[in-house]
Design a protein around this ligand. Structure first.
Ligand code: AMP
Length: 545
């Protein structure tokens, strides 16, 4: 039988089998909104009717600029069900980038949290958006005369007018933009089939093993690769969902994990470092006995942190690797039972690796001499292909160099692969800094710095940081006879970048080390400044790792 793997099939399953399962959202005022899948799905269908009345058709992009809450989930389930494409906007981006992305995607509608209207207003000054729908928390009237109110639209939508679109599983369901080293962000489309298969994979025991017995709290925001697919897999597999809204500090998260008896949660290492510190500082304050898995990805999970959770709090960290282009999960590091006999140091060392590939996800690594052996030693750039790996960027944009002639995707990550197929990430070729799970372009900062009249040369590198994983550091060569201070240079950069992009340290040097071809030798700079911010996360806050 030809049964298309589509998001409406996920929704129908939850509607018929899990109607009473809970979806809890934390509002901006910290109160909790409690509802069920039946209610969220009914509302998602009203949203479809309302969007259709606004003229949204098949293949049109509907954007969200929102935190993680039930209305965002309604868009996740509704927009793809009408054959439109859910485009999640990253609210941490600079307004110029958001304006570019909205115009590149040609978004027909933006669903925006009321609290994020000031950000959207900066974007609207640059790009026209046909319809803005505000998801309000209070009863204040909407400022922009032409803006629409989400709840008013839903209330007016006649649910019997909902018609599920007849979809092909290869149709686009969702899209995200990814930061490039140089140039503009590039769009990645997710097909219905990719999302469905990725959701099935998240249910596998050797992945996260999600089931209807789970309560899932995605801390990774819904604008980061679909919250790692968790809203879809949880709906498919009947997990209760706890959606944390804008409060992502460790105390708020710990309260929610304990209060809602969460079993599975997921986020970047920066979040977990903060949670570990909170738990260490308040022993016994939070009852986390229900919590069976803390999935960590986006940056490397340090062994010391994995060990700290395990040994001090009896909490299991599950390390996974993925990318925007891979929907995102590609490899997961579950410790094989046979390794349970090994000395603890070795077990933690293994668990800090990026893991083995999921079914229908294939890996290989390429060094200068070609594909490298799986010997756990030889380094090469990780290449992947699989059922949820993008085949190209949106508009076929400038991404050709990222695909090999035989159709594999080049990740830009430098890895070694063990004989058992476990990936260990050693470095990155991408000239980017990953700070708290968000990318900063070194090249963009360098180019801007070199626009300053006193600067001859500037190189920006990622330096390990105990809280943010990495932070940018700028090495600057001044022109002869010129002077400038670090603060002056930061002030010069400030109008062009989001504030968290600015290098914490600007150091003045006589020369920047170069390769024989005259390019900046960033590996030498990275090595030289390794300890500048106090080292890698686990090295400072963890113990015994
Ligand atoms: P993004 O497309 O923003 O999700 O970033 C993907 C990139 O993040 C990967 O290519 C890696 O460089 C990095 N990354 C993701 N997961 C991990 C991990 N578990 N360990 C180390 N780096 C990671």
């Amino acid at each position: 039988m030809d049964f298309p793997l589509t998001i409406p099939a996920i929704v129908r399953r939850a509607e018929t089998l899990f109607p009473h399962t809970g979806v809890v959202s934390r509002r901006a005022d910290r109160s909790l909104d409690r509802r069920t899948y039946a209610d969220v799905i009914a509302r998602s269908r009203r949203l479809v009717v309302a969007l259709r009345d606004l003229g949204v058709g098949r293949g049109d992009r509907v954007a969200t600029l929102a935190w993680t809450h039930h209305r965002h989930l309604e868009a996740y389930l509704g927009v793809p069900s009408m054959g439109a494409v859910l485009h999640t906007l990253n609210l941490r981006l600079h307004p110029d980038d958001l304006a570019y992305i909205i115009s590149d995607a040609d978004d027909r509608v933006v669903l925006v949290d009321e609290s994020l209207l000031p950000l959207l207003d900066k974007v609207r000054a640059q790009v026209a958006i046909p319809h803005v729908v505000v998801m309000r928390t209070g009863s204040m009237p909407i400022a922009g005369a032409s803006d629409l109110d989400y709840e008013t639209l839903l209330a007016a939508a006649e649910p019997t007018r909902f018609v599920e679109a007849a979809l092909d599983e290869s149709d686009a369901a969702a899209m995200c933009y990814t930061s490039g080293t140089t140039g503009r962000p590039k769009g990645v489309l997710y097909s219905h089939r990719a999302i469905v298969l990725h959701s099935m994979a998240e249910g596998m025991a050797d992945c996260i093993g999600l089931s209807r017995n789970d309560t899932v709290l995605p801390i990774v925001p819904m604008f980061h690769v679909n919250a790692w697919g968790l809203p879809y897999s949880a709906t498919l597999l009947g997990c209760a969902q706890v959606l944390p809204g804008p409060h992502l500090d460790a105390k708020s998260i710990a309260e929610l994990l304990a209060g809602e008896k969460v079993t599975v949660t997921a986020g970047v290492p920066t979040i977990w470092m903060a949670l570990l510190a909170e738990l260490d500082a308040n022993p016994g304050a939070y009852d986390l006995r229900a919590l069976r898995t803390l999935a960590i990805g986006g940056s490397a999970a340090p062994a010391a942190m994995i060990r700290g959770f395990q040994e001090r709090h009896n909490l299991r960290v599950l390390h996974a690797w993925g990318m925007t282009e891979t929907t995102p999960i590609g490899t997961v590091c579950n410790l094989p039972a046979a390794m349970g006999e090994l000395p603890l140091d070795e077990q933690y060392r293994y668990r800090a690796m990026q893991g083995t590939p999921l079914p229908f996800f294939e890996i290989r690594a390429r060094g200068e001499e070609g594909i490298v052996p799986w010997d756990g030693r030889t380094l090469g750039e990780l290449e992947v292909r699989g059922a949820w790996v993008a085949a190209q960027y949106y508009h076929g944009e400038a991404g050709d160099s990222r695909f090999t002639d035989d159709g594999w995707f080049k990740t830009g990550d430098i890895v070694r692969i063990t004989p058992a197929g476990c990936v260990e990430l050693a470095d990155r070729t991408k000239d980017l800094v990953k700070s708290g799970g968000e990318w900063i372009s070194s090249v963009a900062l360098e180019n801007a710095l070199m626009g300053h009249p006193a600067v001859a040369e500037a190189a920006v590198v990622a330096v390990p940081h105990p809280k943010w994983d990495e932070r940018p550091l700028a090495a600057v060569v001044l022109k002869p006879g010129q002077t400038a201070t670090a603060d002056e240079l930061r002030a010069y950069l400030a109008p062009q970048f989001a504030s968290w992009w600015l290098p914490d340290t600007v150091t003045f040097v006589a020369a920047i080390p170069k390769t024989s071809a005259g390019k900046f030798l960033k590996s030498a700079l990275r090595e030289q400044y390794r300890g500048a911010y106090g080292g890698a996360p686990g090295a400072v806050a963890g113990s015994g790792g």
